[in-house]
Design a binder for this molecule. Sequence first.
Ligand SMILES: *Cc1c(COP(=O)(O)O)cnc(C)c1O
Length: 407
Amino acid sequence: MARCSEYFMRLSSGYLFPEVARRTKAWQEKHPGRSILRLGIGNTTEALPPFIVTAMKHKLDLLSDRATYTGYGDEQGDAPLREAICGRYSAYGVNLKMNEVFVSDGAKSDAANIQAIFSSDSIIAVQDPSYPVYVDSNVASGHTGCWNEGKAGYDGIVYMPAYADTGFVAEPPKEHADLIYLCFPNNPTGAVATKEQLKLFVDYALEHKSVIIFDAAYSDYIKTPGIPHTIYEIEGAERCAIELNSFSKYAGFTGIRLGWTIVPEALEAENSPAGLLNRLWNRRQCTFFNGASNVSQAGGIAALSPEGRKECLALVDYYQTNARIIKEGLERKGLICYGGVDSPYVWAACPDNLSSWEFFDLLLDKASVVVTPGSGFGPAGEGYVRVSAYGHREDVEKAVKSIEENI
Ligand SMILES: *Cc1c(COP(=O)(O)O)cnc(C)c1O
């Protein structure tokens, strides 16, 4: 008799975004005449940059002719794209080899899959709050205990709480952890980590022979000088860190799908000499994955060219201006806000000791604005909401105005 996975059944039922959708729908049914202003989900909204569109159309032309048609490519990604990714890192003084770059269909799947090359009894540490996939993928794979209602988290996970007093950058855990998930600029808080803050984690990982899984999906949103764009700017990180990145938020590829993972040859773990984890990830990709779309990869190469880069950074600027409009509007209302500078997310403290869901309901009810309750990202997110800058400018302005007038 087939049985479903007991580990999947451990996933706590209230997955954040479906619950947001449920409450939004219920409100809409009660208020049929009013339109909803969405500052909730982190999904891009603006058109693809034209230079990248041209490159993808050209790729389709090549595929339309049997003389230039190509089928499966290398599982690791097309060589010109991997070279372009190496070029991107060398701009930050980081020298990678092509075989350390693994192109994928996005950073979310890599974030979920990367644990497969580590022992199933690995102790997981996550920043709290954090992007849900790090925790949920480990729960679903049986690397944690069960949901613990009392601590609003899972047993067996080391939560590293990040609060305002440290700029929402956690400190390395006191106890031992094997795999440490970090994300900077951070989703949901919009925080960035300094070199000194990241160095504490690199030092911890080298000392404990742990591995950091560093999600850099928003690195191109960094504007503040001196903030590292990649974990490999920290000395020694190539021995203890894997980095994930994505074209989703940089090039508007949320629907096109393209990302990459860096597994350095120098990466080591307790029973894994340098080179082994790189080979295992290569093996994993060749076995379970057949490569990213070749049309997406043509777009990725264009996105990393000088012309494409200019257009993508203009797109990033557009969302960052939205973030500034949101932050300034909320601050005029007296709300205490974080993030929104090197990030498309503003992390706003709920006023009057409201909980995340209470403030969510208030914003929806009074201003018809949908945000994301911070508590959905982990216990330390309670008392905050995430306000996303992904939206058309006119809609963002409408939402901010509605908050200013109605709250
Ligand atoms: C959006 C996002 C990603 C990107 O995921 P893709 O699968 O590449 O679209 C990765 N990490 C974080 C934290 C994100 O917010």
